[in-house]
Design a protein around this ligand. Structure first.
Ligand SMILES: [Zn+2]
Length: 168
């Protein structure tokens, strides 16, 4: 019996997946999403989605959690690494035009809180502002720079059709 409980616990751990409580951008529709996760971007697969939006569009925390890290990276421009409350998944936002005023590392945010603005910083085409959005399954060490990429496309598609998901 103990063995069975252990196996069931393992199964439920293995079957859990990242959640999307609020869409990262307001007013998103299924037709705005294109699956570019597996696209070859020269230095390897894209492992993210690019969601086109006007510069300055508010970007929201998709889950409640912690602003683990944010910094200016050469390829990603202004980036944010949002950890969920368990520190199991990291939600990565890149090419932001600006951060929300007063954003700081270690700050707790609620799903739906505005954390920054869409832009084209880093290696994005200045004429094509977009949100580069990725999800990583963190390792037990919970390092923001390390994780296994998970395709956000099916998760966002499913979230869009879920009436419980808040989309403004
Ligand atoms: Zn991208």
């Amino acid at each position: 019996m103990k063995g069975l409980v252990f196996v069931l616990a393992l199964l439920s751990w293995g079957s859990s997946e990242p959640s999307i409580a609020v869409m990262p951008l307001d007013g998103l529709r299924a037709s705005d999403l294109r699956d570019s996760f597996d696209e070859d971007r020269g230095k390897g697969k894209h492992e993210a989605l690019d969601i086109l939006a006007a510069r300055g569009t508010p970007v929201r925390a998709v889950v409640s959690g912690t602003i683990q890290k944010f910094f200016l990276s050469k390829p990603g421009g202004k980036t944010i690494y949002l950890f969920d409350e368990q520190g199991k998944y990291c939600y990565y936002y890149a090419h932001l035009d600006a951060y929300r005023d007063g954003l700081r590392e270690g700050q707790k945010v609620l799903a739906g809180e505005m954390i920054g603005y869409v832009g084209s910083t880093g290696n994005a085409d200045p004429k094509v502002p977009h949100l580069h959005f990725a999800i990583f399954a963190l390792t037990p060490l919970k390092q923001w720079w390390k994780g296994e990429a998970i395709n956000p496309y099916p998760l966002l598609r499913r979230a869009l059709s879920d009436p419980a998901v808040h989309s403004r």
